[in-house]
Each structure stands twice: as structure tokens, then as C-alpha cells.
Write a protein that binds this ligand. Sequence first.
Ligand code: ZN
Ligand code: ZN
Ligand code: ZN
Length: 384
Amino acid sequence: MAQLFIHPMKLSEFRKDECGLPDSRALDIYEALKAQGVDVDPTLNPGDHKIPPADSTDLTVYGILLQSSQLLEEGYRLGFTDIDRPTLWEFEGGMTPLCWRCDEFRQVSEIDFVLSLLSKGANLFQSLSQMGTKPQSKTTAVHLLNARLAELLSQDDDYHYKELSQFIEDNQSRFWQFLGNHLFSLSHRDSCSCACSAGGCTPLSVSIRLRMDWWDPDEQFFHLSCKMKHFLEFLIDWNQSRPQVSREIIRSLTFDGLGLRHSCCTEIKGGEPFWCTRDESELHDIMDEQKGLIEQLDQLVSEFEAQFDALQLPLMEFLRDIWYHGMMKFHSECDAFDEEHHIEAGRLGISLEVDDGPIPLIVQLLGPGLQELDTTDEEEEEEE
Ligand SMILES: [Zn+2]
Ligand SMILES: [Zn+2]
Ligand SMILES: [Zn+2]
């Protein structure tokens, strides 16, 4: 529209200051068009939207289109196409709009806009390094979204689960066409090499990892335990109890149950913004330090998998009746000759003392006898 109505000289003057994005001088262009009496759709008026930065001359048409589904639709009607261009806004650090939306995701209703972006062809699997945002990062929008959703679901007992299922019910076909299969699933693996998920992080493994990051220290043990079990039940139902998913859940839980430290997608951390990346040398140190324990992890996981396949129990029962005891046995046996992983577990800062050493919290939470366990643990909590 600007090319049609504004003199080329004047337009190139506007464009001179553009910082890589077309139409970063959108307000000037809009006003020039209005001054010529051109009937511009008012939804394209950059000055009309109260969005940061406050100085609306810095706004881009691009930025404005990304404020709502309606504006995006309107932009597409007018010929906009470039959905995956990393933004230049300093705060979002050059992520694609989809990735930024996924990182900033805080409410179930925001899935609606994610679906709009996806329906326009935004790439859910582009990594931050491909965007040029973070050279080392394997994190993708799909991982960020799963991480944030897991955080959201961990914040209360039921409300967000209900909200999510209501949203899906109301948006069935869009949801499953563009996104559903990439939530809490094994649909996509990145190139991380962390033993919590063999072959790379999946939406499922990222969601479990972030769920584990999210403990409210003031919450009672009994309540924490219920919520963790609720989350796992949700993951199992979501994946229709598929055995492969169950095996991957067992691996993730065992990894955390040994108190191991992750080297995967470290820029996604519970409650923290994405740019808290650990550096590569620290990641190598983590992997080096844990070599012995990773062998034990693989050994344990293959034993659990064999038992799981043989017993054919529902996963929650398996975790309570088999996995929990296996983990407790491992910890009590290894205490005799190997204190190292206990120190490692202690470093995580998420373990409670039980008997003669810290057992990672996740193991305790999935134990069988809340009635047997919760009294002792609540006493311990009170003592602290
Ligand atoms: Zn990991
Ligand atoms: Zn990863
Ligand atoms: Zn131990």
C-alpha cells in the first residue's frame, strides 16, 4: 500500500532507518498515507495500540500484527506473509514470534494465538540456534511451550487441567491439526544428549523436567505428592497409556530419582527466563562427573523396563509398587560404598533427609504409603 501511494523518494527515506525489518517506520508510513487521504484500515494504525515500546514510532507493522489473532488475520488479508522472522525487540532477544509466545506463555487461553501462528505456517521446531538467538541452544518453541504448560499445570490441583481440556473441547479440530500431537508426547527430539531422555529431549521429557523444577517449598509433602501423581496420571492418559511413553516416563523419573543433574536444554528452567544458559564447559563437567552414575541409571532403567513389560501393571501402580522400592533399595545399598551421588543429590537442593541420607524428593513423592510416610515427613518439615 505504501509503495502504491507514497513517493519512492519519501518511502526510501522512511526505510533508511529501518533496522532489518520492513515497516519499522510503520507509524510514519501510516500517517503519510492518511495525509494523502488514503483510506487505511484503522487496525493497521501503529499508534492505536498500547503496546511496548511506549514510543510508538518504534513499532513495526510486524509487531502489531502479532498482538492478536484478529490483527494477524487482517495482516494476512493485506498480503503479510513473513511469520517466522526473528523479532528485533531487545527483550525477546531475536526469537521468532512463535518462540517468544511460547516462552512467555502463562495462560491456557494463550494457546489460541499459538494456534493462529501455527495455522499461518510458523515453525514449531526451529531451534534458538537456527534463529541465531543462541548459538549453542537446541531449544525449540515446542519445548518452551511444553515447559511452560507443565509449569502452569503444576501451580494448582485442578483448575488449569480443566481449563486445558475445556479449551481443547472448544477448539478440537484446530488444536489437533496444529498442536495437539506435539504436547506431552514423543513427537519431536532435539539433539541434546542428556541421559534423562535417550536420543534427545522430547515434549514429554521437557515437561517432566520442568515439572520437577517446580516445587513450592512451603507446600506440605502430602499435597506435593498428590500433585505430582496427578501430573503423571495426566501424562499417561494424554498418551493413552502407550507403553513407549511409560518407559520414557520411567527413565525421566529414575534420572531425577538418582539426583542426577541435567545437561539438556538448560536454558529452559523452572520459573526463569530462557536466557539463563549454563555454559558449555559446565555442561561437560556435569557429564564427566556423572559418568559412573549414568551407567547405574542405564542399568536400573533396563531392569525397570523389563519388570514393567513383564508385570503389565498400570504405570502408576508400577511406580508405587515396584519403582519406588527399587529406588529405595538402590539408595540404601549404594550408601555402603558410594556416597558420591548423595552429595550430588544434595547439591540439587530438592531432597529431604530420610534415614541415613538424602533421598531425592521425587522418589519420596511417588512412594506407596502416604499414610505411613506423610506423618514422618510432615514432622520433619515442621522441624526445619
Ligand atoms: Zn535432561
Ligand atoms: Zn534439549
Ligand atoms: Zn543412595
